[in-house]
Design a protein around this ligand. Structure first.
Ligand code: LIP
Length: 277
């Protein structure tokens, strides 16, 4: 890793760990005000905003020419501008619904892209104290120990995560139901799960606890950091229709093996989304 890039990563890591304290303290208190964004299924709290502000202020002070794509800045009206400049793609709390319900499956996600290539990822659950990190070429780590995706090829031996996000258009619901039916009836999958945070779902794949994860409707900030970790853990990440993964493409399929991706991909109805940048 280039020394400059290492410095970027280390600075982000320090900020994410400190931001963890803000999230943990809030989590230990009774839930406070919750606001809705696009609908009653799309939530934001003052903690999401405070953490995003903290991360962006800290990174901006250290690297004034870096750019940012942050979930709450975008929902506050900022445009997604993805350029070749070093860009931090940030979700202050991935799994806000879990956070609001005090379900301890949430993650602070910070990804770095340079020349539009995802270079480093940090996914931190400050409640369970699980810190996942990876940079291109370094391997993937959980609390400093190497992690690896599973070698499962067959759906009948696989636990697969499918998740319905905040988008409740009829085509989303029918795709979700059909996915579930295909997994459970046609392929007799060993299990199906939904952890309520795209990044946590992906970390479950990265550490080999589950074998695959598919979701439509996600955003860049949910998956940018986690994508680097999946790849470095030896997993595969593509678009559900089998085309290359596009972090701005609003959908994701990741698995431990390409064989499992291919089975999942060929058995799903694919929902169309416009890329967000
Ligand atoms: C959410 C994800 C969730 C996914 C939703 C949404 P947020 O992110 O964590 O897993 O199903 O589509 O993207 O809004 O909690 O950061």
């Amino acid at each position: 890793v280039h020394p400059d890039e290492q410095k970027f990563f280390n600075t982000a890591l320090g900020l994410v760990k400190s931001a963890g304290r803000i999230v943990r303290e809030a989590f230990e208190q009774p839930a406070s005000a919750v606001e809705t964004k696009s609908s009653n299924t799309d939530l934001v709290t003052e903690t999401d905003r405070a953490v995003e502000r903290y991360l962006i202020d800290g990174l901006h002070a250290a690297f004034p020419d870096h750019k940012f794509i942050g979930e709450e800045s975008v929902s506050g009206g900022a445009k997604i501008e993805w350029t070749d400049a070093p860009t931090w793609i940030i979700d202050p709390i991935d799994g806000t619904t879990n956070f609001v319900h005090r379900i301890p499956l949430i993650a602070i996600c910070v990804g770095l892209s340079i020349n539009k290539e995802l270079r480093g990822g940090i996914v931190y659950n400050p409640i369970t104290n699980e810190l996942y990190t990876a940079q291109v070429g370094t391997g993937a780590f959980k609390n400093g120990f190497p992690i690896h995706a599973s070698s499962t090829q067959d759906l009948s031996a696989a636990v697969v995560v499918t998740q319905l996000g905040s988008d409740r258009r009829p085509e989303m619901i029918s795709s979700f139901i059909q996915s579930y039916q295909t997994l459970m009836l046609k392929h007799n999958a060993q299990g199906n799960r939904s952890f309520g945070s795209a990044a946590i779902n992906m970390m479950m794949v990265a550490q080999g606890s589950v074998d695959g994860y598919i979701e439509y409707g996600i955003h860049a900030w949910d998956v940018a950091a986690a994508a680097v970790i999946i790849r470095e853990a030896g997993g595969t990440i593509i678009s559900p229709d089998g085309s290359p993964f596009n972090v701005m493409g609003r959908c994701v399929l990741c698995t431990g093996t390409p064989q499992l991706s291919s089975t999942i991909s060929t058995n799903f109805t694919h929902v169309q989304f416009q890329a967000e940048a």
